[in-house]
Design a protein around this ligand. Sequence first.
Ligand SMILES: [Zn+2]
Ligand SMILES: [Zn+2]
Length: 369
Amino acid sequence: MGKDYYKILGVDKSATNEEIKQAFRKLAHLHHPDKKGGDEAKFKEINEAYQVLGNEKKRQQFDQYGSSFDQQGGFGGGMNWDDFMSQARGGFAGGNMGGFDFGGIDLGDIFGDVFGFGGGGRGRSRREERGNDIQVDMQISLSEAAFGVKKEIELYKQTKCSHCHGDLAEPGTKVETCSTCKGQGQVTRVQRTFIGNIQTNSVCPDCRGLGKKISEPCHECRGQGVVKKKEQMDIGIPSGIEDGAAIRYSGHGEAGAKGAQNGDLYVRVSIRSDKNFVRRGDDLITNKKINFVQATLGDTVDVSTLDGEVSLKIPAGTQPGTRLRLKDRGMTRFERHDRGDLYVEIEVEIPTHISRSQRKLLEEFEKED
Ligand SMILES: [Zn+2]
Ligand SMILES: [Zn+2]
């Protein structure tokens, strides 16, 4: 099941952003693996919780979808812990507190604050320019949910400008490297402190982080590097998905202006109710009507399943409401290949009109009883 990020950070569901940040700092400081008595697993968990609760949009999504969202790998799906730690460690040891931006959080900012180094500017400013996240609602059938499906969607969104290819300058015009930052986009300041030299990076005041000076901005995007346009995208919905689950497509939201990071795309899946089947987790339930003779004597009948018609043996003496199981005819289990079962609930029909000879037979049957 999904984790309770509020519990992990020890804050209330109604906590303010500031309270969440405070709680994270305190815990991160306490459990940082480079510290004596630190705990990497704990630190990782705290960080994961902060990645979600520290981000307004993700927090909203977490509040809305909770654990099911988490199960779909929606949060931190692309997160590689080793990369994260090497960045975190590198940041601490090397004192380069500038532009880390990993998994949606700016490590420079956080570690800078935690260890009192003062966060760097570039990461912060780029994060502000990050493209917007997009949320799309998608309806699929039960059978599509069972077996997975590919759908094409059309998004009207901010995308990289095809005229300047995101370079921001009108093609063929003069672009100079910024002399202040030598094209780095940031300037480094070295501070001497009692634990050694600390470098802090901040956005170059001259080019505002671009690293270059443009004589003529692109005519198409006016030097933003992005334009709004329609874009088709193939969406793969995995088999076994739950109703209401959201899938994150990292980097498929709106493009960030001036080369900043793209936003994410969230596809929220709802499954249409089906006239034949009711879903219970990975199992399905369906009804089958048989007559009282079939129920009494037993029979073999055809039952419709997600895979088409399948024959089902009705044992003699089957009672109304009995559930018979068709193994492996349910939903595909999420992120697995095996399947749940289909339960066939037996309804026994009592005839409302019978012929004279049928009546006679039944009366004889009654006498025998
Ligand atoms: Zn352009
Ligand atoms: Zn510059």
